[in-house]
Design a protein. Structure first.
Length: 359
């Protein structure tokens, strides 16, 4: 089990769409955690190049993340949103893209990872079929599945997942749910860890709002073997995070769940675009992702945070700009200190949690 081999219980969130770089993934692995290579939005050939570039920077274990293969949305469900967005884009002198469906090069990526297996393959946005899980495990990879509810945990366990990434509602970026829907639950991380721990007997990796060593210690106490952390690494020197996004992360700012940018529920820092478009945003991913992509790219180039999907966890303003290795080290040392502080409390001492000679 890869989790047992880690020197630090820190797993890098994949961070697809810009922040993910070979340098960032390698730095986390080299620091004793588990780095992840994001393949979301990349073709299989580009994913292979990204993985190869990361392998040249580290000999330690790596993970590779894939997006699940969803189904196309009914064009009638998003036609009105496209019309309104296109008119809005014209008024704001920006561009609208063409909404379309694709499966994120699923088959080619599975073939790639079966022939060049990393230590871990993880899935987001869906539960992989049992035959895919078996193929990847036979090739030598552990299979991790992101879940957001106890029911999803049971489904992932049934197809043979080795590890579950338990994503709480505090997490930044897209919800990893198997299927987006209007009544999608958003469990807080600590309740979800308890519910999933009672539902299945699998190792758990906690994800959602973990920015400090104390938060890392909390999820370890709640049953996780490690934490998957994204927002705390988005200011790392090795991350590819856009400068405007970096500025927004360090400032106080409310986060909200929205489908306005991509047609799939995601947590980001509230801005003018969300306020104007969220009430009308349908469930249509990746169709709306391609619709708004040109606008978002232009906004990044201008440094205009009012039109950028500023994905961020709820505690984003605690992020600090520093090398990724320092993030791993600080999280781990602070978590150990927090656990030690708990053992030193009068309650813990009174109930024999530490030996008399322990400092």
């Amino acid at each position: 089990m890869i989790l047992d081999q880690l020197q630090c219980p820190v797993v890098l969130a994949p961070l697809a769409g810009g922040p993910s770089t070979p340098e960032l993934a390698a730095a986390v692995s080299n620091a004793g955690g588990l780095g992840f290579v994001a393949t979301g939005y990349l073709k299989a050939a580009d994913s292979a190049a990204r993985l190869q570039a990361t392998r040249q920077l580290t000999a330690r274990p790596l993970g590779v993340n894939l997006f699940g293969r969803g189904a196309p949305a009914d064009p009638a469900a998003y036609r009105a949103y496209v019309e309104k967005f296109t008119a809005w884009a014209d008024r704001h002198e920006t561009h609208a893209g063409e909404p379309r469906y694709d499966d994120d090069d699923w088959d080619a990526k599975i073939e790639l990872l079966a022939s060049s297996p990393p230590e871990v393959v993880s899935f987001t946005f869906g539960c992989p079929p049992a035959e895919v899980v078996g193929l990847l495990r036979e090739a030598g990879s552990e299979v991790w599945v992101t879940i957001t509810s106890p029911d999803e945990a049971r489904e992932a366990a049934a197809v043979g997942a080795d590890v579950l990434v338990v994503q709480g509602g505090e997490a930044g970026g897209h919800r990893g749910s198997f299927q987006d829907r209007l009544d999608l639950p958003a469990y807080g991380l600590l309740p979800l860890l308890q519910l999933v721990g009672a539902a299945v007997d699998l190792p758990l990796v906690a994800s959602g709002g973990i920015m400090t060593g104390r938060a890392l210690a909390a999820v370890l106490c709640a049953g996780a073997q490690a934490a998957q952390i994204g927002t705390a690494f988005m200011l790392a020197l090795e991350a590819g995070t856009n400068p405007a996004h970096r500025r927004a992360l360090t400032a106080p700012g409310e986060t909200v769940l929205t489908r306005a940018f991509t047609g799939r529920l995601a947590r980001g820092i509230r801005n003018e675009f969300i306020d104007e478009h969220e009430p009308r945003a349908p469930i249509a991913y990746p169709e709306l992702h391609y619709l708004t992509s040109p606008m978002r790219q232009q906004a990044r180039e201008r440094g205009d945070t009012s039109q950028i999907n500023l994905w961020a966890g709820e505690a984003h303003e605690l992020a600090v700009e520093r090398p990724a290795a320092e993030v791993v080290g600080e999280l781990t040392s602070s978590a150990l200190a927090a656990l030690t502080d708990v053992l030193r409390t009068p309650w813990a001492k009174a109930h024999g949690a530490i030996s008399p000679g322990m400092p």
